[in-house]
Design a protein around this ligand. Sequence first.
Ligand SMILES: [Zn+2]
Ligand SMILES: [Zn+2]
Length: 389
Amino acid sequence: MSARDWIEKDFYRELGVTSDASADEIKKAYRKLARELHPDANPGDAKAEARFKAVSEAYGVLSDTAKRKQYDEARRLFSGGGGFPGGFGAGGGGFDVGDLFGRQGAQAGGMGGLGDLLGGLFNRRGGTAGSATRPRRGEDVETDVRIDFTEAVKGATVPMRLSSPATCGTCAGSGARPGTSPRTCTNCGGAGLVTRSQGAFAFSEPCADCRGTGRIVDDPCPECDGDGVSTKTRTLTIRIPPGVDDGQRIRLAGQGEPGRNNGPAGDLFVRVHVNPHPIFGRSGNDLTVTVPVTFPELALGTTLTVPTLEGKVTLKVPAGTASGRVLRAKGKGIARRDGQVGDLLITLNVAVPNNMDAAAREALENYASVTAKHDPRAELNALLEKRSV
Ligand SMILES: [Zn+2]
Ligand SMILES: [Zn+2]
């Protein structure tokens, strides 16, 4: 990948946002795409992986206000829309962006470096020396985990396999073969930048010898090819607190991508998806359950044994209880870590038999004739009549 490719890359289109998108919109778009395209979600899908990399690269630039500004400026200058004097563009004058970055191909995968290269290239206000080696925080990473209803209620520890860029373990991030170390670049004296004059313009450019890193690796690490970062599969144990709800995010500080140049690591966000329970539902901290009852049980009253997440609870149903009535078993809901405890809400629903034997039928017909004088809709009809007058 040449720098020209890069400058002509449309990071905005990559994330599906407009060039005037807000930081929040960019973040949202990135999170959504990163979730869809994450290698863990698309094992063996090279296309998704390439897109994942491209999206991460785009986000790396657009999420950083300073880099985004420089990228926008670069696009204005080099993508044909610019009002720069003719001959300045690639190949026309002496300033060939392709040349400048010609050696970059070897490390095109190192997306972290690109922003800094561009930053060095266009920052003309001085004070840029050292920007290539400035500590930078690693990216946040978002991933998903699916747990069972009961695990969500009680809390769980979930082992998780995550593949993401991580500091190379073989060279500890130096990029040099173990036993060797990178040397300071003699071309730029370790600054990572050289100054170059082009007519009236003076540019600080990333040093072509060391690609802006200030260091040269003579004997690259076999594991990461000198990048210092390799894709690693880590196993993490994620502690999910009791009472977590479907769609909630858990933050694991420092478990995201590693920082560059001793910068701090980003955070890992785990979005929790909760499988529904065959019996129980949930409403905030309350558990819900629907229990079928017979008409005689409601009419005559009864004692019901109802399942809870832990054992059973016995409830008295008073005579004359309406169908659909909700009973409450205090404290049998979700106990959260912060001490809040919900209840179990029990909805009583009359189960109507769909086939009855002759004896049951006769008994019911008997009941119907004995109670024929009772009209359950009397009140409703009275109200209707009143209104239509
Ligand atoms: Zn390495
Ligand atoms: Zn150098």
